[in-house]
Design a binder for this molecule. Structure first.
Ligand code: ASP
Length: 274
């Protein structure tokens, strides 16, 4: 059996109908073994990402304001997905735990990370895959710097006997157990790290565009897609603001010589950019 790590971005997991597309994609190739989800993203123009709602929640609690309204919005996103997919997971219990932890002073990183954590629980249940908490396998050092060697050891060990799993993106943990997130858009980094740790054959990054384009589509109408890029070109484009892949998601896979394929969840028939 081959092994593919597939990371799905927030728009790919924004609601139940998007989750259904994700399931179809995952099930279409049994080599897609390790799935890395983002938190639910925008469903429409003007919608708010769950991660942004979580930062707002932390802010309201910190400033002693009433947090119930924003917390209810977050709950609604997860409960709607759970119900529409007909899942039986008691997401309310996890949500109450998150609320309690934040009220008891859990950090901003912890709060933000719950977007991916809760979505990972739903997705694992939906796919019938094992759930692996990123806090157990993605590690940061005391200063908050990503700890590559510890992470690679933990991942190799943990994934050795696992056929299929969901590992939430965006966060890991510090030596004291506290949760630490990567910078915004950091689920891409988790995907790359998991691909390296699993010695995957391919890192698929599923998003809402057909791939990298030859020009900025906000400036040039209908630019052609780039079929194939080098790691160096990819890094340059990402660094310059191409906004498709997090620039720090390239090094872990480059180092392990794992190809990256950027694909569109809404057009899975497209081959994307390799
Ligand atoms: N949910 C996080 C963010 O909005 C991480 C990610 O989506 O990659 O930045």
């Amino acid at each position: 059996m081959g092994s593919i790590v597939a990371k799905f971005g927030g728009s790919s997991l924004a609601d139940a109908s998007q989750m259904e597309k994700v399931r179809n994609i995952v099930m279409a190739n049994r080599d897609r073994r390790f799935i890395v989800p983002s938190a639910p993203g925008k469903r429409f123009d003007g919608d708010t990402k769950v991660t942004d709602l979580l930062y707002e929640l932390k802010h309201t609690v910190e400033y002693g304001k009433d947090h119930k309204k924003v917390f209810a919005k977050i709950c609604k996103r997860y409960i709607e997905i759970r119900d529409a997919l007909g899942l039986s997971i008691k997401i309310e219990d996890y949500l109450s735990q998150v609320e309690q932890d934040i009220l008891e002073g859990e950090s901003s990183d912890y709060t933000a990370s719950r977007g991916e954590y809760l979505n990972g629980l739903l997705l694992a249940d939906y796919l019938g895959f094992e759930f692996i908490d990123a806090a157990d396998v993605i590690k940061f050092d005391r200063r908050g710097k990503y700890d590559q060697s510890t992470t690679m050891d933990l991942l190799a060990h943990r994934l050795r006997d696992v056929d299929y799993a969901v590992i939430p993106g965006f966060y890991g943990s510090m030596p004291d157990g506290g949760i630490k997130t990567f910078s915004r858009g950091g689920s891409d980094i988790t995907g790359a790290i998991v691909a390296a740790g699993a010695e995957a054959d391919l890192y698929e990054n599923w998003t809402d565009v057909d791939g990298f384009l030859m020009a900025d589509p906000r400036i040039v109408p209908n630019p052609r897609k780039i079929d194939c890029l080098t790691y160096r070109e990819l890094r340059e484009l990402s660094y310059m603001g191409a906004n498709v892949l997090h620039e720090d998601a390239i090094f872990p896979v480059f180092q392990a010589a794992i190809p990256i394929n950027v694909r569109n969840t809404n057009h899975p028939e497209e081959t994307g950019t390799m």
